[in-house]
Design a binder for this molecule. Sequence first.
Ligand code: 6PG
Length: 244
Amino acid sequence: MGLPGTVTVHADAAEVAVAAADWILDISATAITAGGRFRVALAGGNTPRGLYQLLAASPRREATEWSGWEVFFGDERACPADDPGSNYRMAREALLDLVPIAPQRIHRIEGERPDLEAAAREYGTILSSTSGVGAPGAPPRLDCVLLGLGENGHTASLFPGDPSLEVRDRWVVRSRADYAPYDRITLTFPVLNAAAHVGFLVAGAAKGDALRGVIQGTVPAARVRPVDGDLRWFLDVAAASEAV
Ligand code: 6PG
């Protein structure tokens, strides 16, 4: 297929969610067994909703130690937490309100703040202080980062041409989308690439061009290359068949 990492192709979006859910259960069990904690950054958008709903329902709900989970977000829109466009709201409704993760282990990006730079800076501090870190100054190491892929090849809120793509010395920054809500806060590539496991969930023929862009290295998502971690692509047939 030409994508970096490991690619699995599934019949449809529902099967993408099943494969990703079982992958997450596996890596969360390993992380919790090894260190008592599973630090995961959730993806926003629509695709992951089905995954989150599977994790929140039997039998998967009973198949992980939620007490070990620590939840972050890959990005957030500049909106209130209860806004229909909020990534936090989507994850809260599909997963976080339905499973026993302690509130202090759920780290919401405060997209409603007037000063998005300060909100981003403070989130970076939280991320660094609660995640596994390597050498001083190294980016925080999450156990898992879930990502979607926009039709223009963006991921998280790292959009084509935006200065956030070039940031190497900060872990969370303000960014600008090319569709509303325009103002965003996003993890940067150093954090995405420091993760132990990165999983893209991509479904629908409309993502074919973006996948080709990843293969050709021409879109932001092509820069997701974990330094010391594994990269997984969970695709449905519709997206994969457009990408060849
Ligand atoms: C966001 C997401 C974004 C999303 C892609 C794909 O805030 O919108 O972080 O990166 O993952 O746009 O979105 P869909 O899964 O809805 O296609």
